[in-house]
Write a protein that binds this ligand. Sequence first.
Ligand SMILES: Nc1nc2c(ncn2[C@@H]2O[C@H](COP(=O)(O)OP(=O)(O)OP(=O)(O)O)[C@@H](O)[C@H]2O)c(=O)[nH]1
Length: 194
Amino acid sequence: MPAADSLKKRKIVVLGSRSVGKSSLVRQFIENHFDESYHPTIESTLHKTLKYHGVEFDCEIIDTAGQDEYSILGSKHTIGIHGYVLVYSVTSRNSFNMIQIIHDKILDFCGTEDIPCVIVGSKTDLQSSRQIQPLEGEKLAQKNNAAWVETSAKNNINVSHVFDLCLAEIEKRSNRNFKVDTPAPATKSGCFIM
Ligand SMILES: Nc1nc2c(ncn2[C@@H]2O[C@H](COP(=O)(O)OP(=O)(O)OP(=O)(O)O)[C@@H](O)[C@H]2O)c(=O)[nH]1
C-alpha cells in the first residue's frame, strides 16, 4: 500500500443544520462508533484512505459546526474543497430546507454552477418521526445535479456509501476536464473548478 503522503488528496466538507447527525456520520465512517449523546461540534478534521476505481485517495473529511440561514460560509469551507456532503435529517423539514440554502451559498461563493455534492438524508431509523419522504430527497438532488442517499449512523446503514458517492461525484467531474493528477485551475475566489 502506498504511503499516505504519496496518495492523491481529496478534501471533503460535511455541512448541514445543527444536530442532523454530521459528526455521527463521520465518526461511524472513521471510527465505527455511534454515540447517543449530543456534543455540538466546533470543527474537526479526520483522515481516511478510500479506494475509487482501483485508485487510493487520502481523504480529509472536515466535520463542521451546524449551519443556519444566517451562518456565513467562509473560505475555509469552499477554497480547496473537492467535494461536499450536505446532510439533513429525515425527521426535520427545517434541516431539509437548509440544504438548498447551503448549496446556493457554495455556488455563490465559488462563482460556479455545479459542485461535486452528495445530499444525505440521515436518521432513517427514526421512521415514526419521518417528515421528509425519499422522493423529496431524490428530487432535490436531481435539481442540483447531486447524488443522494439516506443513512442511519446509528445502525450503520449506507454510511460508507456516502463517501464512495462523494468520490464518484468528484472524479466524474475531474475526469471530464482534467486528468486525476492535474490540479484544477482556481476561480477568482480560489475555489476549484471541477
Ligand atoms: N436515532 C439516530 N440518532 C442519530 C443519528 N445520527 C445522529 N443521531 C443523534 O443526533 C444527535 C446529533 O448528532 P450529531 O452527530 O452530534 O449532529 P451534528 O450534525 O454533528 O450536530 P452539530 O455539531 O450541532 O452540527 C446526537 O444525539 C446523535 O446521537 C442516527 O442515525 N439515528
